[in-house]
Design a protein around this ligand. Structure first.
Ligand SMILES: [Cu+2]
Length: 337
């Protein structure tokens, strides 16, 4: 029988590895369900990485297994191995292929970040403004540089309201449009507090309507925390003294976990909450009920056994005091520990 040429075998192996890699990239089941408009962007990127990773794994491991068999020591063979000094063309190949992959993934990740609104120039300042104010802040220490900088940047200092915000903002499609719902998120050891500035509600879980453009303004009271909803594929740091933003559209009604992903202290692991995605009607009911409950004041709420309360109800009496009263924080500690 005539030997099959090596180039043909390599071609068949290449096609096989490619097909397997693409299949694994689409069927790995490693990610939780998608519940936001942003999730498919992240998942497509992840699938590309899994596809490439599978291909590399098969090529490298396959070569090892193949060579173990093909170049094994045969019985009675005591001779030395073939003296191989190296191969310049092989080295060029295995340096350039990873380089192309890394640069390609880097470019793709920037595209995804941009589509999610990572480079938004929001009404709150945006990246360009942020850089300018940083330069102005550095200038006083260097007299020679000051005149140069003051010529190129606007002399006005940003006011607190248009302070630069970092994070995922409006997408290029949304432009400078305002979000449908704004929620202030505060991270503190060891809880997340959600405040709805337009309705005055303060809650221990995040409630949002499905299909609506939601803007979170995230801050931290003590140390760095990180707000993460795995099903939304969104994560944003909560930093003391610097607000960050996270803008998303939830696509599936349901309850999803909110996790702190920044080791923030002894009970970091218990710093969890939930985001409840309602239908628009359900959300209006929730909004209405909570406005009534929180308007009724402290006197009535104190009489209720706290064990029977949801975090939202429990936090209601402290709505006004949030952020300043140590009492409110102490209550949160006892509730969450
Ligand atoms: Cu935390």
């Amino acid at each position: 029988m005539k030997q099959i040429p090596a180039s043909l075998l390599t071609l068949i192996a290449g096609i096989g590895i490619t097909l397997i890699s693409f299949w694994v990239g689409q069927h790995h089941n490693l990610l939780p369900e998608q519940a936001s408009e942003q999730a498919p962007l992240v998942d497509n990127f992840f699938n590309v990485m899994v596809t490439i990773g599978t291909g590399l794994f098969l090529v490298v491991e396959g070569a090892i297994v193949l060579f173990i068999i093909q170049f094994r020591q045969r019985k009675g063979d005591e001779s030395d191995g073939v003296p191989i000094e190296g191969s310049f063309s092989l080295e060029v190949l295995w340096t350039s292929i990873p380089a192309i992959i890394v640069v390609g993934l880097g470019v793709y990740s920037v595209v995804v970040y941009e589509q999610m609104g990572g480079f938004s120039l929001s009404a709150h300042g945006g990246m360009a403004h942020g850089h300018a104010s940083v330069l102005v802040a550095q200038a006083p220490g260097d007299a020679a540089v000051t005149p140069l900088i003051s010529e190129t940047t606007t002399p006005t200092e940003p006011t607190p309201t248009d302070a630069p915000q970092y994070g995922i903002g409006a997408t290029p499609l949304e432009g400078s449009q305002a979000a449908d719902l704004v929620v202030n998120v505060t991270g503190l050891q060891y809880a997340w507090i959600f405040n709805y500035p337009n309705s005055g509600i303060t809650a221990g879980e995040l409630h949002v309507p499905v299909g609506k453009d939601v803007q979170l303004i995230i801050s931290a009271q003590d140390v760095i925390h990180s707000f993460w909803v795995p099903q939304f594929r969104l994560k944003q740091d909560a930093i003391p003294g610097q607000t960050t933003e996270l803008r998303f559209v939830a696509t599936k009604p349901g309850t999803y976990p909110v996790v702190c992903t920044e080791l923030c202290g002894g009970y970091h692991g218990s710093m969890r909450s939930e985001v409840v995605v309602h239908s628009p009607e359900e959300f209006d009911v929730w909004l209405h009920e909570n406005q009534i409950a929180q308007a009724s004041g402290v006197a009535q709420t104190v009489a209720v056994n706290p064990v029977d309360l949801t975090p939202s109800e429990f936090l209601a009496p402290y709505a006004d005091a949030l952020g300043i009263q140590s009492e409110a924080i102490a209550s949160l500690h006892s509730h969450h520990s």
